[in-house]
Design a protein around this ligand. Structure first.
Ligand SMILES: O=C(CO)[C@H](O)[C@H](O)COP(=O)(O)O
Length: 248
């Protein structure tokens, strides 16, 4: 095994200051963007108040869909995007993609533990590149592995749908899993964000927050017609209002 080379050219240049500043981070998934005008879509949703750009990478192997890779991440940086880019790898194997996305300007990189032979090594690669590192858990995947790598976890991402497509219905059992993950993070006093992805909308985001989640991915709920800053802002503001009302 040869460790993938990590370039330092773009290492950790991106703004990570949102990490500890905000109670909740809203991360629109660009899976629901109009890819024919991706730069504008990302500019608009950030102008509308989004904190993080959620970037779904699918390989048509680990998941049954094929999306975007490091060239598109780099293109967003070259376009002028300075917000954190949260790369969710739905690929197998993962290590080569980790190196590519570090070079492409990723800020956070998460992957599925089933998709790599060496979870600890993959987490180390991400952190060595100056990015926040996390594991992603499918609806049927246990959180047990977190105990073994808790010193390297900046993010636990819970899938509240089976990965592969936007626009699916939220799986309610994820709320119990979120409560368990929140307890694990708090009991171990980890500086770790709890992220959720799939089926998050204005009408369920408060319940998700009350289960302990503090980073919300939402694709189809935000990035939809008429695709204007005003429309995106209306949804994000409505989400923030719900979050403000969530009981801690
Ligand atoms: O990772 C994903 C699918 O694998 C997407 O980020 C997720 O499904 C978001 O889309 P939506 O909010 O429309 O459910």
């Amino acid at each position: 095994f040869t460790s993938p080379k990590i370039s330092t050219s773009l290492k950790s240049q991106t703004a990570l200051n949102v990490w500890g500043d905000k109670d909740y981070l809203i991360a629109p998934s660009i899976l629901s963007a109009d890819f024919a005008m991706l730069g504008t879509e990302v500019d608009n949703v950030l102008e509308a108040g989004a904190d993080v750009v959620h970037f779904d990478v699918m390989d048509n192997h680990y998941v049954p869909n094929l999306t975007i890779g490091p060239m598109v991440c780099k293109a967003l940086r070259d376009h002028g995007v300075t917000a954190p880019i949260d790369v969710h790898l739905m690929v197998s194997p993962v290590d080569a993609s980790i190196a590519d996305f570090i070079d492409a300007g990723a800020s956070f990189i998460t992957f599925h533990p089933e998709a790599t032979n060496h979870v600890d090594r993959s987490l180390q690669l991400i952190k060595a590149g100056g990015c926040k590192a996390g594991l992603v858990f499918n609806p049927a995947t246990s959180l047990d592995i977190c105990e073994m790598v808790k010193d390297k976890l900046d993010i636990i991402l819970l899938m509240s749908v089976n990965p592969g497509f936007g626009g699916q219905a939220f799986i309610p059992a994820t709320l119990d899993k979120a409560r368990a993950a929140r307890k694990f993070i708090d009991d171990n006093k980890l500086d770790c964000r709890l992220e959720i992805d799939g089926g998050v909308k204005v009408d369920n985001i408060k319940e998700v927050a009350e289960a302990g989640v503090d980073m919300m991915v939402a694709g189809s709920a935000i990035l939809k017609a008429p695709r204007t800053v005003e429309a995106y802002k209306e949804t994000i503001d409505a989400m923030r209002k719900e979050l403000a009302a969530a009981k801690k």
